[in-house]
Design a protein around this ligand. Structure first.
Ligand code: GLN
Length: 456
Protein backbone atom coordinates (compact mmCIF):
# COMPACT_ATOMS: atom_id res chain seq x y z
CA UNK A 1 0.00 0.00 0.00
CA UNK A 2 2.81 2.30 0.97
CA UNK A 3 4.61 1.71 -2.32
CA UNK A 4 1.44 2.10 -4.40
CA UNK A 5 0.57 5.38 -2.70
CA UNK A 6 4.05 6.76 -3.23
CA UNK A 7 4.08 5.45 -6.79
CA UNK A 8 0.91 7.40 -7.63
CA UNK A 9 2.00 10.56 -5.80
CA UNK A 10 5.38 10.75 -7.48
CA UNK A 11 4.20 9.56 -10.86
CA UNK A 12 2.84 13.04 -11.63
CA UNK A 13 6.41 14.38 -11.60
CA UNK A 14 8.50 11.39 -12.61
CA UNK A 15 6.38 9.46 -15.15
CA UNK A 16 8.33 6.23 -14.81
CA UNK A 17 5.48 3.80 -15.47
CA UNK A 18 3.65 2.82 -18.63
CA UNK A 19 1.31 0.57 -16.72
CA UNK A 20 0.56 0.05 -13.03
CA UNK A 21 -0.71 -3.34 -11.89
CA UNK A 22 -4.35 -3.47 -10.91
CA UNK A 23 -3.92 -6.67 -8.96
CA UNK A 24 -0.81 -5.90 -6.89
CA UNK A 25 -2.72 -5.52 -3.61
CA UNK A 26 -4.69 -8.72 -4.17
CA UNK A 27 -1.49 -10.62 -4.90
CA UNK A 28 0.13 -9.23 -1.78
CA UNK A 29 -2.91 -10.17 0.30
CA UNK A 30 -2.78 -13.74 -1.00
CA UNK A 31 0.82 -13.94 0.23
CA UNK A 32 -0.29 -12.54 3.57
CA UNK A 33 -2.88 -15.30 3.86
CA UNK A 34 -0.26 -17.89 3.00
CA UNK A 35 1.97 -16.49 5.71
CA UNK A 36 -0.87 -16.63 8.22
CA UNK A 37 -1.35 -20.30 7.34
CA UNK A 38 2.39 -20.83 7.79
CA UNK A 39 2.65 -21.94 4.13
CA UNK A 40 5.99 -21.61 2.40
CA UNK A 41 6.57 -18.18 0.85
CA UNK A 42 9.54 -17.15 -1.23
CA UNK A 43 12.36 -14.79 -0.26
CA UNK A 44 10.78 -11.88 -2.16
CA UNK A 45 7.26 -12.46 -0.84
CA UNK A 46 5.27 -9.26 -1.15
CA UNK A 47 8.20 -7.19 -2.41
CA UNK A 48 7.03 -4.75 -5.12
CA UNK A 49 9.22 -5.02 -8.20
CA UNK A 50 8.86 -3.00 -11.41
CA UNK A 51 9.64 -4.52 -14.80
CA UNK A 52 10.93 -2.81 -17.95
CA UNK A 53 8.27 -2.85 -20.63
CA UNK A 54 10.33 -4.94 -23.07
CA UNK A 55 9.91 -7.96 -20.77
CA UNK A 56 6.71 -9.89 -21.41
CA UNK A 57 4.10 -10.02 -18.66
CA UNK A 58 0.94 -12.01 -19.24
CA UNK A 59 -1.26 -9.87 -17.00
CA UNK A 60 -0.11 -6.47 -18.21
CA UNK A 61 0.50 -4.85 -21.60
CA UNK A 62 4.05 -5.15 -22.94
CA UNK A 63 4.89 -2.59 -25.57
CA UNK A 64 8.67 -2.17 -25.44
CA UNK A 65 7.95 1.58 -25.50
CA UNK A 66 6.69 1.26 -29.08
CA UNK A 67 3.40 2.23 -30.71
CA UNK A 68 3.66 -0.84 -32.90
CA UNK A 69 2.90 -2.98 -29.82
CA UNK A 70 0.25 -0.68 -28.38
CA UNK A 71 -2.18 -2.75 -26.35
CA UNK A 72 -0.25 -5.99 -26.89
CA UNK A 73 -0.70 -8.52 -24.09
CA UNK A 74 1.69 -11.44 -24.37
CA UNK A 75 0.32 -14.92 -23.62
CA UNK A 76 3.22 -15.69 -21.26
CA UNK A 77 5.61 -14.21 -18.73
CA UNK A 78 9.29 -13.71 -19.59
CA UNK A 79 11.36 -16.29 -17.69
CA UNK A 80 12.90 -13.58 -15.47
CA UNK A 81 9.42 -12.33 -14.57
CA UNK A 82 8.14 -15.85 -13.90
CA UNK A 83 11.10 -16.53 -11.64
CA UNK A 84 10.47 -13.32 -9.70
CA UNK A 85 6.84 -14.27 -9.19
CA UNK A 86 7.94 -17.74 -8.03
CA UNK A 87 9.97 -16.13 -5.26
CA UNK A 88 6.89 -14.17 -4.18
CA UNK A 89 7.64 -10.79 -5.76
CA UNK A 90 4.65 -8.67 -6.72
CA UNK A 91 5.08 -7.07 -10.12
CA UNK A 92 3.90 -3.54 -9.44
CA UNK A 93 4.02 -2.24 -13.00
CA UNK A 94 5.78 -1.84 -16.32
CA UNK A 95 8.35 0.90 -16.72
CA UNK A 96 8.96 3.41 -19.47
CA UNK A 97 11.87 2.96 -21.87
CA UNK A 98 13.34 4.15 -25.14
CA UNK A 99 11.54 2.32 -27.92
CA UNK A 100 12.90 -1.25 -28.07
CA UNK A 101 15.88 -0.17 -25.97
CA UNK A 102 17.32 2.20 -28.55
CA UNK A 103 18.40 5.33 -26.76
CA UNK A 104 20.10 6.75 -23.69
CA UNK A 105 17.50 9.11 -22.21
CA UNK A 106 14.04 7.42 -22.29
CA UNK A 107 12.94 10.37 -24.47
CA UNK A 108 12.70 7.80 -27.26
CA UNK A 109 9.59 6.23 -25.74
CA UNK A 110 6.53 6.49 -27.96
CA UNK A 111 4.40 7.22 -24.89
CA UNK A 112 5.94 9.66 -22.43
CA UNK A 113 9.09 11.34 -21.18
CA UNK A 114 10.38 10.17 -17.80
CA UNK A 115 12.07 12.70 -15.53
CA UNK A 116 15.09 12.20 -13.30
CA UNK A 117 13.78 12.21 -9.70
CA UNK A 118 16.83 14.23 -8.54
CA UNK A 119 16.00 17.08 -10.91
CA UNK A 120 12.87 16.72 -12.99
CA UNK A 121 14.22 18.97 -15.75
CA UNK A 122 16.82 16.27 -16.50
CA UNK A 123 16.74 12.86 -18.18
CA UNK A 124 16.89 9.69 -16.08
CA UNK A 125 19.17 8.06 -18.65
CA UNK A 126 18.14 5.13 -20.80
CA UNK A 127 17.00 2.99 -22.19
CA UNK A 128 15.84 1.53 -18.82
CA UNK A 129 15.18 5.05 -17.51
CA UNK A 130 11.74 4.18 -16.13
CA UNK A 131 13.13 1.35 -13.99
CA UNK A 132 16.00 3.46 -12.61
CA UNK A 133 13.75 6.46 -11.89
CA UNK A 134 11.14 4.23 -10.22
CA UNK A 135 13.76 2.78 -7.86
CA UNK A 136 15.25 6.23 -7.14
CA UNK A 137 11.78 7.67 -6.41
CA UNK A 138 11.01 4.65 -4.16
CA UNK A 139 8.01 3.76 -6.32
CA UNK A 140 9.16 0.13 -6.08
CA UNK A 141 11.74 -1.79 -4.06
CA UNK A 142 13.67 -2.98 -7.09
CA UNK A 143 13.33 -3.32 -10.82
CA UNK A 144 14.33 -5.36 -13.85
CA UNK A 145 15.92 -3.77 -16.88
CA UNK A 146 17.85 -4.82 -19.95
CA UNK A 147 21.31 -3.76 -21.08
CA UNK A 148 22.53 -3.97 -24.68
CA UNK A 149 25.11 -1.18 -24.53
CA UNK A 150 24.65 0.46 -21.13
CA UNK A 151 20.89 0.63 -20.61
CA UNK A 152 21.03 -0.52 -17.00
CA UNK A 153 24.31 1.08 -15.97
CA UNK A 154 23.90 4.60 -17.38
CA UNK A 155 20.40 5.18 -15.90
CA UNK A 156 21.59 3.70 -12.58
CA UNK A 157 24.41 6.25 -12.60
CA UNK A 158 22.11 9.16 -13.60
CA UNK A 159 19.50 8.28 -10.95
CA UNK A 160 21.89 7.38 -8.10
CA UNK A 161 20.84 3.74 -7.70
CA UNK A 162 22.66 0.41 -7.97
CA UNK A 163 22.51 -1.44 -11.29
CA UNK A 164 23.86 -4.82 -12.37
CA UNK A 165 24.52 -5.90 -15.94
CA UNK A 166 25.12 -9.64 -15.59
CA UNK A 167 27.44 -11.74 -17.75
CA UNK A 168 25.98 -12.53 -21.17
CA UNK A 169 24.00 -15.76 -20.79
CA UNK A 170 23.62 -15.57 -17.00
CA UNK A 171 19.92 -14.58 -17.06
CA UNK A 172 17.41 -16.03 -19.50
CA UNK A 173 16.17 -13.70 -22.22
CA UNK A 174 13.14 -15.76 -23.07
CA UNK A 175 10.34 -13.19 -23.20
CA UNK A 176 12.71 -10.23 -23.61
CA UNK A 177 12.00 -8.31 -26.83
CA UNK A 178 15.21 -8.74 -28.80
CA UNK A 179 17.18 -5.63 -29.77
CA UNK A 180 20.71 -6.93 -30.52
CA UNK A 181 20.79 -10.59 -29.57
CA UNK A 182 24.55 -10.99 -29.24
CA UNK A 183 24.63 -8.14 -26.69
CA UNK A 184 21.26 -8.11 -24.84
CA UNK A 185 21.14 -9.11 -21.17
CA UNK A 186 18.47 -8.86 -18.47
CA UNK A 187 19.63 -7.28 -15.20
CA UNK A 188 18.49 -5.54 -12.05
CA UNK A 189 18.20 -2.24 -10.20
CA UNK A 190 17.99 -1.68 -6.45
CA UNK A 191 18.67 0.83 -3.71
CA UNK A 192 21.59 -1.21 -2.41
CA UNK A 193 24.02 -3.85 -3.63
CA UNK A 194 22.39 -6.34 -1.30
CA UNK A 195 18.95 -5.72 -2.85
CA UNK A 196 20.42 -6.13 -6.32
CA UNK A 197 22.14 -9.36 -5.26
CA UNK A 198 18.84 -10.79 -3.97
CA UNK A 199 17.01 -9.85 -7.16
CA UNK A 200 19.80 -11.19 -9.34
CA UNK A 201 19.84 -14.44 -7.41
CA UNK A 202 16.14 -14.94 -8.15
CA UNK A 203 16.40 -14.41 -11.91
CA UNK A 204 19.80 -15.98 -12.75
CA UNK A 205 20.33 -19.49 -14.02
CA UNK A 206 19.87 -21.81 -16.96
CA UNK A 207 16.65 -21.83 -18.96
CA UNK A 208 15.98 -24.32 -21.72
CA UNK A 209 13.80 -21.68 -23.44
CA UNK A 210 16.90 -19.55 -24.17
CA UNK A 211 19.61 -21.37 -26.11
CA UNK A 212 22.22 -18.79 -25.10
CA UNK A 213 21.55 -19.18 -21.37
CA UNK A 214 24.45 -20.69 -19.49
CA UNK A 215 24.23 -23.78 -17.31
CA UNK A 216 27.02 -22.55 -15.02
CA UNK A 217 26.17 -22.79 -11.32
CA UNK A 218 24.71 -19.70 -9.69
CA UNK A 219 26.44 -19.17 -6.33
CA UNK A 220 24.70 -17.66 -3.33
CA UNK A 221 25.40 -13.97 -3.48
CA UNK A 222 23.75 -11.97 -0.71
CA UNK A 223 23.86 -14.71 1.92
CA UNK A 224 27.61 -14.42 2.20
CA UNK A 225 27.55 -10.66 2.73
CA UNK A 226 28.84 -9.98 6.19
CA UNK A 227 28.55 -6.64 7.90
CA UNK A 228 32.02 -5.16 8.01
CA UNK A 229 33.41 -2.46 10.20
CA UNK A 230 34.85 -0.33 7.42
CA UNK A 231 36.67 2.03 9.72
CA UNK A 232 38.70 -0.48 11.64
CA UNK A 233 39.33 -3.19 9.09
CA UNK A 234 40.67 -3.52 5.59
CA UNK A 235 38.03 -5.82 4.04
CA UNK A 236 39.33 -5.43 0.48
CA UNK A 237 42.88 -6.62 1.12
CA UNK A 238 43.85 -8.92 -1.75
CA UNK A 239 41.44 -7.45 -4.30
CA UNK A 240 43.13 -5.72 -7.22
CA UNK A 241 41.41 -2.97 -9.20
CA UNK A 242 42.47 -1.40 -12.51
CA UNK A 243 41.42 2.16 -13.26
CA UNK A 244 40.97 2.49 -17.03
CA UNK A 245 43.11 5.45 -18.09
CA UNK A 246 41.27 6.11 -21.36
CA UNK A 247 38.00 6.80 -19.53
CA UNK A 248 39.37 9.63 -17.39
CA UNK A 249 40.76 11.93 -20.03
CA UNK A 250 39.52 14.58 -22.38
CA UNK A 251 35.78 15.00 -22.85
CA UNK A 252 34.91 13.66 -19.41
CA UNK A 253 33.40 16.10 -16.90
CA UNK A 254 35.81 17.03 -14.12
CA UNK A 255 33.09 16.25 -11.56
CA UNK A 256 32.87 12.70 -12.93
CA UNK A 257 36.65 12.24 -12.96
CA UNK A 258 37.03 13.43 -9.39
CA UNK A 259 34.14 11.28 -8.11
CA UNK A 260 35.70 8.18 -9.68
CA UNK A 261 39.18 9.05 -8.44
CA UNK A 262 37.97 9.52 -4.89
CA UNK A 263 36.08 6.22 -5.14
CA UNK A 264 39.39 4.59 -6.12
CA UNK A 265 41.04 6.19 -3.06
CA UNK A 266 38.24 4.89 -0.89
CA UNK A 267 38.82 1.36 -2.22
CA UNK A 268 42.51 1.74 -1.35
CA UNK A 269 41.59 2.83 2.15
CA UNK A 270 39.59 -0.37 2.47
CA UNK A 271 42.73 -2.34 1.70
CA UNK A 272 42.41 -2.84 -2.06
CA UNK A 273 45.24 -2.37 -4.51
CA UNK A 274 44.39 0.07 -7.30
CA UNK A 275 46.56 0.43 -10.39
CA UNK A 276 46.08 2.36 -13.62
CA UNK A 277 45.62 0.25 -16.75
CA UNK A 278 45.79 1.26 -20.40
CA UNK A 279 43.40 0.03 -23.06
CA UNK A 280 44.57 1.82 -26.22
CA UNK A 281 41.79 0.38 -28.40
CA UNK A 282 39.06 1.41 -25.98
CA UNK A 283 37.49 4.07 -28.22
CA UNK A 284 37.11 1.66 -31.16
CA UNK A 285 34.30 -0.08 -29.30
CA UNK A 286 31.73 2.64 -29.89
CA UNK A 287 31.65 2.57 -33.72
CA UNK A 288 31.84 -1.23 -33.71
CA UNK A 289 28.92 -1.38 -31.27
CA UNK A 290 26.72 0.89 -33.37
CA UNK A 291 27.36 -1.13 -36.52
CA UNK A 292 26.66 -4.45 -34.78
CA UNK A 293 23.70 -3.31 -32.68
CA UNK A 294 22.00 -1.68 -35.67
CA UNK A 295 22.67 -4.72 -37.88
CA UNK A 296 21.17 -7.13 -35.39
CA UNK A 297 18.26 -4.78 -34.71
CA UNK A 298 17.43 -4.50 -38.41
CA UNK A 299 17.01 -8.26 -38.50
CA UNK A 300 15.28 -8.69 -35.12
CA UNK A 301 12.75 -5.94 -35.73
CA UNK A 302 11.53 -7.41 -38.98
CA UNK A 303 9.04 -9.41 -36.87
CA UNK A 304 7.00 -6.25 -36.27
CA UNK A 305 5.06 -6.32 -39.49
CA UNK A 306 1.51 -5.55 -38.35
CA UNK A 307 0.44 -9.12 -39.10
CA UNK A 308 1.41 -10.96 -35.95
CA UNK A 309 1.07 -8.69 -32.97
CA UNK A 310 0.24 -5.14 -32.02
CA UNK A 311 -0.93 -2.42 -34.29
CA UNK A 312 -2.01 -2.96 -37.89
CA UNK A 313 -2.72 -0.38 -40.57
CA UNK A 314 -5.18 -1.79 -43.03
CA UNK A 315 -4.42 -1.80 -46.74
CA UNK A 316 -5.47 -3.70 -49.85
CA UNK A 317 -2.03 -5.14 -50.57
CA UNK A 318 -0.08 -7.19 -48.01
CA UNK A 319 3.16 -5.34 -48.69
CA UNK A 320 1.41 -1.98 -48.30
CA UNK A 321 -0.03 -3.19 -44.99
CA UNK A 322 3.50 -4.08 -43.77
CA UNK A 323 4.87 -0.73 -44.92
CA UNK A 324 2.09 1.37 -43.44
CA UNK A 325 2.09 -0.53 -40.14
CA UNK A 326 5.84 -0.09 -39.75
CA UNK A 327 5.74 3.52 -40.85
CA UNK A 328 3.00 4.44 -38.36
CA UNK A 329 4.14 2.11 -35.59
CA UNK A 330 7.90 2.66 -35.40
CA UNK A 331 9.58 5.83 -34.17
CA UNK A 332 12.34 7.78 -35.89
CA UNK A 333 15.29 6.40 -33.88
CA UNK A 334 14.16 2.83 -34.54
CA UNK A 335 13.80 3.57 -38.24
CA UNK A 336 17.26 5.15 -38.27
CA UNK A 337 18.79 2.01 -36.74
CA UNK A 338 16.93 -0.30 -39.13
CA UNK A 339 18.22 1.72 -42.08
CA UNK A 340 21.80 1.81 -40.75
CA UNK A 341 21.72 -1.91 -40.01
CA UNK A 342 20.21 -2.89 -43.34
CA UNK A 343 22.87 -0.81 -45.08
CA UNK A 344 25.72 -2.34 -43.05
CA UNK A 345 24.47 -5.85 -43.82
CA UNK A 346 23.84 -5.32 -47.53
CA UNK A 347 25.92 -7.38 -49.96
CA UNK A 348 28.28 -4.65 -51.16
CA UNK A 349 29.04 -3.26 -47.70
CA UNK A 350 29.06 -6.32 -45.48
CA UNK A 351 32.84 -6.72 -45.47
CA UNK A 352 33.49 -3.02 -44.94
CA UNK A 353 31.15 -2.60 -41.99
CA UNK A 354 29.69 -5.69 -40.33
CA UNK A 355 32.72 -7.95 -40.78
CA UNK A 356 35.12 -5.24 -39.74
CA UNK A 357 33.04 -4.42 -36.67
CA UNK A 358 33.14 -8.09 -35.69
CA UNK A 359 36.94 -8.02 -35.98
CA UNK A 360 37.10 -4.94 -33.77
CA UNK A 361 34.79 -6.66 -31.31
CA UNK A 362 37.26 -9.53 -31.04
CA UNK A 363 40.14 -7.09 -30.37
CA UNK A 364 38.17 -5.34 -27.61
CA UNK A 365 37.22 -8.68 -26.09
CA UNK A 366 40.81 -9.95 -26.08
CA UNK A 367 42.14 -6.70 -24.60
CA UNK A 368 39.60 -6.73 -21.78
CA UNK A 369 40.16 -10.40 -21.03
CA UNK A 370 43.94 -9.89 -20.99
CA UNK A 371 43.80 -7.00 -18.56
CA UNK A 372 41.38 -8.95 -16.37
CA UNK A 373 44.14 -11.55 -15.97
CA UNK A 374 46.10 -8.87 -14.13
CA UNK A 375 43.34 -7.30 -12.05
CA UNK A 376 40.11 -8.61 -10.52
CA UNK A 377 37.94 -5.64 -11.37
CA UNK A 378 38.19 -2.73 -13.80
CA UNK A 379 37.02 0.71 -12.75
CA UNK A 380 35.72 3.57 -14.87
CA UNK A 381 33.02 6.20 -14.96
CA UNK A 382 29.70 5.09 -16.47
CA UNK A 383 29.14 8.12 -18.68
CA UNK A 384 31.16 11.24 -19.47
CA UNK A 385 28.65 13.54 -17.71
CA UNK A 386 25.98 13.39 -15.03
CA UNK A 387 22.31 13.55 -16.11
CA UNK A 388 21.73 16.29 -18.67
CA UNK A 389 18.65 18.37 -19.49
CA UNK A 390 15.60 16.87 -21.18
CA UNK A 391 15.80 17.84 -24.86
CA UNK A 392 19.51 18.66 -24.77
CA UNK A 393 20.58 15.82 -27.07
CA UNK A 394 17.19 14.78 -28.40
CA UNK A 395 17.91 16.10 -31.92
CA UNK A 396 21.53 15.04 -32.06
CA UNK A 397 21.78 11.25 -32.36
CA UNK A 398 25.58 11.26 -32.69
CA UNK A 399 26.01 13.24 -29.45
CA UNK A 400 23.69 10.74 -27.79
CA UNK A 401 25.67 7.75 -29.16
CA UNK A 402 28.94 9.31 -27.96
CA UNK A 403 27.68 9.16 -24.37
CA UNK A 404 27.77 5.33 -24.55
CA UNK A 405 31.57 5.19 -24.95
CA UNK A 406 32.27 3.74 -21.50
CA UNK A 407 29.57 1.08 -21.39
CA UNK A 408 29.38 -0.59 -24.82
CA UNK A 409 32.71 -2.45 -24.62
CA UNK A 410 31.43 -4.44 -21.68
CA UNK A 411 28.60 -5.78 -23.85
CA UNK A 412 30.93 -6.44 -26.79
CA UNK A 413 32.96 -8.66 -24.43
CA UNK A 414 29.90 -10.12 -22.63
CA UNK A 415 31.33 -9.23 -19.20
CA UNK A 416 29.42 -8.47 -15.99
CA UNK A 417 29.43 -4.93 -14.56
CA UNK A 418 28.07 -3.32 -11.43
CA UNK A 419 27.30 0.36 -11.00
CA UNK A 420 27.24 1.92 -7.54
CA UNK A 421 26.71 5.59 -6.66
CA UNK A 422 30.10 7.11 -5.84
CA UNK A 423 29.75 10.88 -5.75
CA UNK A 424 27.74 13.99 -6.38
CA UNK A 425 28.19 16.54 -9.14
CA UNK A 426 26.85 20.07 -9.19
CA UNK A 427 23.38 20.64 -10.58
CA UNK A 428 19.74 20.59 -9.58
CA UNK A 429 18.58 21.36 -6.08
CA UNK A 430 20.34 18.46 -4.37
CA UNK A 431 23.30 17.84 -6.67
CA UNK A 432 23.43 15.09 -9.30
CA UNK A 433 24.50 11.49 -8.70
CA UNK A 434 27.64 10.04 -10.28
CA UNK A 435 28.12 6.27 -10.55
CA UNK A 436 31.21 4.07 -10.54
CA UNK A 437 31.37 1.24 -13.08
CA UNK A 438 33.04 -1.94 -11.84
CA UNK A 439 33.68 -4.53 -14.57
CA UNK A 440 34.35 -8.11 -13.56
CA UNK A 441 35.56 -11.37 -15.05
CA UNK A 442 33.11 -13.48 -16.99
CA UNK A 443 30.58 -15.14 -14.66
CA UNK A 444 32.26 -13.61 -11.62
CA UNK A 445 29.39 -11.40 -10.47
CA UNK A 446 30.17 -12.62 -6.93
CA UNK A 447 33.43 -10.64 -6.67
CA UNK A 448 31.70 -7.57 -8.08
CA UNK A 449 28.81 -7.78 -5.64
CA UNK A 450 31.04 -8.44 -2.65
CA UNK A 451 33.37 -5.53 -3.44
CA UNK A 452 30.47 -3.23 -4.31
CA UNK A 453 28.74 -4.15 -1.09
CA UNK A 454 31.75 -3.32 1.04
CA UNK A 455 32.41 -0.12 -0.89
CA UNK A 456 28.81 1.10 -0.51
N1 GLN B 1 22.21 3.67 -25.65
C1 GLN B 1 22.58 2.45 -26.29
C2 GLN B 1 21.79 2.29 -27.57
O1 GLN B 1 21.00 3.11 -27.86
C3 GLN B 1 22.38 1.28 -25.39
C4 GLN B 1 20.97 0.89 -25.25
C5 GLN B 1 20.76 -0.37 -24.48
O2 GLN B 1 21.64 -0.84 -23.75
N2 GLN B 1 19.59 -0.96 -24.71
O3 GLN B 1 21.98 1.37 -28.30
Amino acid sequence: EDYLTRLRDRETHVQSFLHVSETAMEEAKLLDDKLAQKARIGPLAGVPIAVKDNLCTKDMPSTGGSKILEGYRPPYDATAVRKLRETGAVIIGKTNMDEFGMGSTTEGSAYKVTANPWDTTRVPGGSSGGSAAAVAAKQCAGALGSDTGGSIRQPASFCGVVGLKPTYGRVSRSGLMAYASSLDVVGCFGSSVEDVAILFQSVAGHDSADSTSSSKDVPSFAETFTPVDKLNSKPLVGVKFGLIKETLGEGVDSSVVSAVQSAAKHLENLGAEVIEVELPKFSLGLPAYYVLAASEASSNLSRYDGARYGRREDAQELVTMYGKSRDMGLGSEVKRRILMGTYALSAGYYDAYYKRAQQVRRLIQTDLEDVLQRVDILLSPVAPTPAYKIGEKADDPLAMYAGDLMTVNVNLAGLPALVVPCGVAEGGQFGLPVGLQMVGKSFDEATLLHSGHIFE
